[in-house]
Design a protein around this ligand. Sequence first.
Ligand SMILES: [Zn+2]
Length: 548
Amino acid sequence: MPPVTREPTEPLRLDYLIRAGGIHSMTGETYRSVGLRGPGIVAVSGEPDGLDDLAGGGTVVVDAGDLTVLPAFADSHEHLMEASRNTLLVPVDQAKSVAEFTGMVAAAARDAAPGAWIRTSMAWHESNLAENRLPTIAELDAAAPGHPVLARRGGHFAVVSTAALSAAGIGPDTPDPAGGKFGHLPDGGLDGTLEGGAVYQVAGFAPDVTRAQLADGLARGSAAYAALGVGTIREAMINTDELLAYQDAAEQGKLSVRARPMIRVGNELTGDQALALVDGLGARSGFGDDWLRIWGLKFVMDGGVEGGALEQPYTDDPHNSGHLNWDPAVMTRVCVDAVRRGWRIGTHAVGDRAVRTLLDVYEAVVKETGPVPPWTLVIEHALLSDPAQRERAVRGGFGVTVQHPLLWNMGSEMLATWGPERTRQVNPIDDWLALGASLAAGTDIVRPFNPMTNVWGMVTRGTKAAGVQGPEHAIDVATALGLYTMGTAALNHEQDRLGSITPGKLADLVAYPADPLAADSGDLAELTPAFTIVGGKPVHDPGGLLAS
Ligand SMILES: [Zn+2]
């Protein structure tokens, strides 16, 4: 037997002792001091000096009586990978007009090899352009002659140049793909807009950035989220190559926030192909460590504001009620297999018809597999739902991720396409909670978004440019904070590790110069952190408060 060696037992010495005006645990207590050691929280006290005997020579003591400390935010649905890739692409999300947009594309084309693809950031929206319209295919052709230009906007829409359509072999007579649409001009020619599945039919031809570039992008991207007080992001859609980039970034210590990725199971696959993809993954939900842990699989049932599957037709087009991407029977078969292999599933369902169809699928899955643990089958968004659907979701134990920033960002588009009655009913968090639903709050906005603007939105139902929508669905600040911390921790099956300021949990904290629970709701939207700590490490400390 080799001799057993052990470290000498020492009295506990804190790495950080933080004294603050208020430390809200999110489990009902308010403390005045918290002690951190290594990656975790080891002690709390209701007195500012209650932990002083745990401080030693190496302890950083932070006296922040003017600050309020909360658990760092956990975003239940955001595209960190896309936001990070955007930092490597043409930054048209910063354009304020169509001319600026096309000017950036032209500048990138001048720097690129002849005929090379030009890819823009996905985080733009025409409502941020002075003209409030999309760039046209003719404008893209003129900005980058001979270059395929791919300007993806969010996950379900893109505008491309003529060269991009040619590179993908798409002409005026190409039939629309399942769950997608090629836009046409009045004369029948292509107008360069791609919706739903049509986006992938072109994007598949554009060369991607390298894995090493992506890992660097994740470093920049995750740091920007951490600077806004985010500690965990449930990454809403990646492929297996992108999972490798995540692993690189995590191993190299480049992540400033924890990531919980969902792996895409695309509706362009046949049922057998989807089963093969799931079976080939080998691992299952929960694989990884505290920084990077696979959440599960991602399905997409319908489109976004333009293509969401609605029970009633679009307000601006009585012949259109959106599209469903999956045959329910096929999706059920794939999901039954996946759940039996230990996978959790999150499915994008925006319109009420998509939510109803997804409930059919999830209920059929549970009928086959038997009861599943909470937060195994998840509805992403459910922007539109009716009372019967909400009741079915709660009865079935299907949790919902809610994103007020979608209403905040696209309220004007929703008013135009869905009409005022449906827009004010988007994401009625209060109705869901009254039924006892499991909810987790997030953003889905594909760029760093101030969580406090999201809290303000949940509390006021305010939007960027569409006024207040459905004020009767407002919730209070404490509830909003809870959904955005403990709610997401439960979604991630980590309520014992994260989500509150509790000894034994990981030290993910954010400090604010005002107490959000006491502040006027009007002041919340602009509140930004004094510092952010993730896993006991300062990841945002502009004032040097955490410096030793
Ligand atoms: Zn999303």
